[in-house]
Design a protein around this ligand. Structure first.
Ligand SMILES: NC(=O)c1ccc[n+]([C@@H]2O[C@H](COP(=O)([O-])OP(=O)(O)OC[C@H]3O[C@@H](n4cnc5c(N)ncnc54)[C@H](OP(=O)(O)O)[C@@H]3O)[C@@H](O)[C@H]2O)c1
Length: 264
C-alpha cells in the first residue's frame, strides 16, 4: 500500500494504528510506547514485572495515551504465544506495527561466557524477535495503515563493529540486522515492511550497568563525534517514522542512531 496522494498530516501520523512494543516499561521501549501512542496509535506493551507495568499503564492513562499491558518473558516460547493471543484479542485479530525492543546485555569476555549466558541472551535478544515476528505475521497481513504492516527490530551498533566483552550480545544484534533484510525480502509481497534501528549508547539502565568496564566507556566516548550518548526519545522518533505511511517505500534497512560512532 503506498502513501502517495495522502495529505502530510495523514502521512506523518499513526492515527488508528495498532502496535505491539516489547519491553515498554523502561528505557528505549518506554519512549517508543509514548512516541507511537502520541502519534495516535493504540499500543500494547509487555515486560516481566507486573507492578512496574501497571504503574506505567496508570501514568499513560493520565497522559491520555491508549496503552494496554501484559506480563511476558520474551525468552519463553509459551509466553510469546500467550502475548500474541492477547494482542490478537485486544486489536480484533489485526496488527499494524510490531516493535521487537526487549533485550538484555552481557558484558563478559567470550572466554568466560557460560552455556547458560549464551542460551539466555540468544533466547531473549534473537529467538524472541524471530518467533514474535512469525506469530505476528498473520495479524500484520490484516494491517490497515497506509504503507502496510511494519516490523521494527531494535539491534545495536554492536552488531556492526567489534567491541570487547560483548561477543554474545553482538552476535544477537548482528543476526537481527540480517533477519531484517531476510524478512523484508520475504514479506514485501505481503505488504509488510521490516526495518531496524541500531542505537549506539543510550541513557537507560543498560548503559549504567556496573559490570561495564569503565575503560571501555572512556575509549568509546573518545571516539564518539557527538561526544554524548542518546536520549531514549532520539531512538523512539526514528522507530515512529519507520512505522508511518510516510516511510512506505522503506524496507530492509538498518539505521544507526549513534552520534556518528560508526562513521568515524
Ligand atoms: N541502552 C543502550 O545503550 C542500548 C544501545 C543499543 C541497543 N540497545 C537495545 O535497546 C533495547 C532496549 O534496551 P534499553 O537500554 O531500553 O534497556 P532497559 O532500560 O534495560 O529496558 C529493557 C526493557 O525490556 C524489558 N525486558 C528485558 N528482558 C525481558 C524479557 N526477557 N522479557 C520481557 N521483557 C524484557 C525490561 O523489563 P523487565 O526487565 O522488567 O522485564 C524493560 O522494559 C535492547 O534490545 C538493547 O539491546 C540499547
Amino acid at each position: 500500500m503506498v502513501s502517495g496522494g495522502r495529505s502530510r498530516e495523514e502521512r506523518w501520523s499513526l492515527a488508528g494504528a495498532t502496535a505491539l512494543v516489547t519491553g515498554g516499561s523502561k528505557g528505549i521501549g518506554h519512549a517508543i510506547v509514548e512516541e507511537l501512542a502520541g502519534f495516535g496509535a493504540r499500543v500494547h506493551t509487555c515486560s516481566r514485572n507486573a507492578a512496574e507495568l501497571q504503574e506505567c499503564r496508570r501514568r499513560w492513562e493520565e497522559m491520555g495515551l491508549q496503552v494496554t499491558v501484559s506480563v511476558c518473558d520474551v525468552s519463553v516460547r509459551a509466553d510469546r504465544e500467550e502475548l500474541m493471543a492477547t494482542v490478537g484479542a485486544t486489536f480484533g485479530g489485526k496488527l499494524d506495527v510490531l516493535v521487537n525492543n526487549a533485550g538484555q546485555t552481557l558484558f563478559k569476555p567470550a572466554a568466560e561466557s557460560t552455556g547458560e549466558d549464551y542460551a539466555r541472551i540468544m533466547a531473549t535478544n534473537l529467538e524472541s524477535c524471530f518467533h514474535l515476528s512469525q506469530l505476528a505475521h498473520p495479524l500484520l497481513l490484516g494491517a490497515s495503515v497506509a504503507g502496510g504492516g511494519s516490523v521494527v527490530h531494535v539491534s545495536s551498533i554492536a552488531g556492526f563493529i567489534g567491541l570487547p566483552a560483548l561477543a554474545v550480545y553482538s552476535m544477537t544484534k548482528g543476526a537481527l540486522n540480517q533477519l531484517t533484510r531476510s524478512l523484508a525480502t520475504e514479506w514485501a509481497g505481503d505488504g509488510i515492511r521490516v526495518n531496524c534501528v541500531a542505537p549506539g549508547g543510550v541513557k537507560t539502565e543498560i548503559s549504567t550497568d556496573m559490570t561495564i568496564d569503565p575503560e571501555l566507556v572512556k575509549n568509546e566516548m573518545a571516539r564518539l563525534p557527538m561526544g554524548r550518548i542518546a536520549e531514549p526519545e532520539e531512538v523512539a522518533s526514528m522507530v515512529a517514522f519507520l512505522c508511518m505511511p510516510t516511510a512506505s517505500y522503506m524496507t530492509g534497512q538498518v539505521i544507526c542512531i549513534d552520534g556518528g560512532r560508526t562513521i568515524s
